[in-house]
Design a protein around this ligand. Structure first.
Ligand code: ADQ
Length: 453
């Protein structure tokens, strides 16, 4: 099967550093799964060229596939990315009503940029290609392609939550977006809840969901379990003080990730159990994200004030409860944290899936996962300690339970999670999607089955 994949984020970009063009890979889990698909099947990847030298590499051939970049001016970037994608759709689809900005001009720019993507896709498409569009930044693209190429086969994969129909209808452009999405031949989400919400939204806004029921599926993204489970000895590093337990988290700085509530849970834990002072460190890695959006700047300040307050209250000369790091880290550093941390504390207020939870389960030697019930990954990782991220007391109790858990229980929970992550890995995700495409695509039923496990 030949694909045109379209994502806002590029698989890699070209940046000018010290007078030279340097290639920067996109580390995220979606990019690595799609990269594998493109390496194996060829085709074209249409993406936003946001690197400082990308204008010199608008069309390029790499590892057997073609990259075609959409270039945006600063006004387009602001309207499309900062304002409508991240200022309107992101809070809308994560139930943050008070943060949703509804401004017509941003939507106009979003449509203009989506059209640029659609035109690039149409330029590269032929009758054989499956057009696979990803995520909320490109929601108007399916409808545009349907008009340009009426017979094309379009798949939409939605990586963030889909909210209840009534909530979605806050959006002035709700109908237009929904009509565009439903013109796809297949739409995938990470969980059954998001599928149900989507069908209910269709019923409320466009009438019956009967006609689209068969094309809306829950197929959760998996990770490359072998990559996270494999070790190069020279790259591994054990913690320096094995008597002190490590609680670990890594997130983009985002209001959906529940960062402040975790700090409050650490405070609650230490005020209830002062004997735990000096017995653990919470290593809180936060990756800079959307640094030009004002909400994110304010959120960083609030988080850091809370960390300072809690550390100020409980630290002594040779111990602080929270080791906060605000930076990007390398893959190897991340894998070391996954492998050796005793507890991963992954408690988003809401999350489409949360790849970090799956990566930790694949890499951990003997750790335990505390996971929010509102992360899509909790429908797969049922052996984690599942918590309500709004309930500070419950989170603190879960930390206490994890810190004191019997090794046998910890091992058995981790083994269950490893089995799920292995079975539903990224190859499984791709092959499930390919099978569903084959079933639905006219003339595909007699063709050989796609490869992959
Ligand atoms: P994200 O919100 O980006 O994605 P997530 O699923 O947690 O969130 O994935 C983050 C990825 O980036 C992970 O693969 C992680 O390893 C990597 N990463 C994070 N910080 C890093 C760092 N400092 N250094 C190196 N790598 C880092 C959206 C949705 C999610 C959904 C994904 C995939 O919001 O809910 O799970 O898409 O569908």
């Amino acid at each position: 099967m030949k694909y045109i994949v379209a994502t806002a984020r590029a698989p890699f970009s070209h940046d000018r550093i010290d007078g030279k063009d340097v290639v920067k890979q996109n580390a995220g889990g979606v990019a690595s799964s799609l990269r594998r698909l493109m390496n194996d099947s060829g085709g074209t990847w249409v993406c936003w060229g946001d690197g400082s030298s990308d204008s010199y590499y608008q069309e390029e051939k790499v590892d057997g596939y073609h990259v075609s970049r959409v270039l945006l001016g600063s006004h387009e970037k602001r309207g499309f990315y900062d304002d409508f994608s991240n200022g309107t759709l992101w809070p809308l689809f994560h139930y943050f009503r008070e943060k949703i900005k509804t401004e017509d001009r941003a939507f106009d720019t979003y449509v203009t940029v989506n059209r640029k993507f659609a035109e690039k896709i149409a330029k590269h498409a032929d009758r054989e290609t499956v057009i696979w569009i990803h995520d909320y930044q490109l929601s108007m693209v399916p409808g545009m392609i349907r008009k340009m190429l009426p017979d094309s086969f379009i798949v939409m994969t939605w990586h963030i939550p889909w909210v209840a129909g009534e909530f979605f209808s806050i959006l002035p452009q709700a109908r237009e977006i929904l009509e565009s999405l439903t013109s796809s031949n297949m739409i995938t989400f990470h969980t059954d809840i998001f599928v149900r919400n989507f069908l209910e939204t269709q019923e409320q806004l466009l009438g019956s969901a009967w006609t689209i029921r068969n094309k809306v599926l829950a197929i959760p993204l998996g990770i490359d379990d072998k990559y996270y489970g494999a070790w190069n000895l020279s790259e591994t590093r054990r913690r320096s003080n094995p008597k002190r337990k490590t609680i670990f988290s890594i997130d983009r700085l985002d209001y959906t990730k529940g960062l402040k509530n975790r700090v409050l849970a650490i405070e609650h834990l230490l005020s209830r159990h002062p004997d735990l002072k000096g017995k653990f460190n919470y290593v809180m890695l936060v990756t800079p994200s959307r640094t030009t959006v004002s909400d994110y700047i304010a959120m960083k300040r609030e988080l850091e004030m809370n960390i300072g307050r809690v550390n100020g209250r409980f630290s002594d000369l040779d111990w602080a409860p929270i080791l906060y790091m605000y930076r990007k880290v390398s893959d190897n550093v991340l894998k070391n944290h996954y492998r050796f941390s005793d507890i991963a504390f992954i408690t988003p207020l809401i999350d489409g899936l949360n790849l970090v939870a799956k990566e930790f389960a694949a890499a951990s030697e003997e750790g335990i996962l505390i996971l929010s019930k509102f992360a899509g990954a909790s429908s797969d990782l049922r052996s984690a300690i599942i918590v309500n991220p709004y309930d500070i007391k419950e989170m603190a109790d879960s930390l206490y339970r994890a810190l004191n858990m019997d090794p046998e229980e910890r091992k058995s929970r981790l083994a269950d999670m490893k089995a799920v992550v292995r079975r539903k890995n990224s190859a499984w995700w791709l092959s499930r999607i390919e099978k569903e495409i084959s079933k639905r695509r006219p003339g595909e039923t007699n063709k050989p089955k796609p490869t992959g496990n």
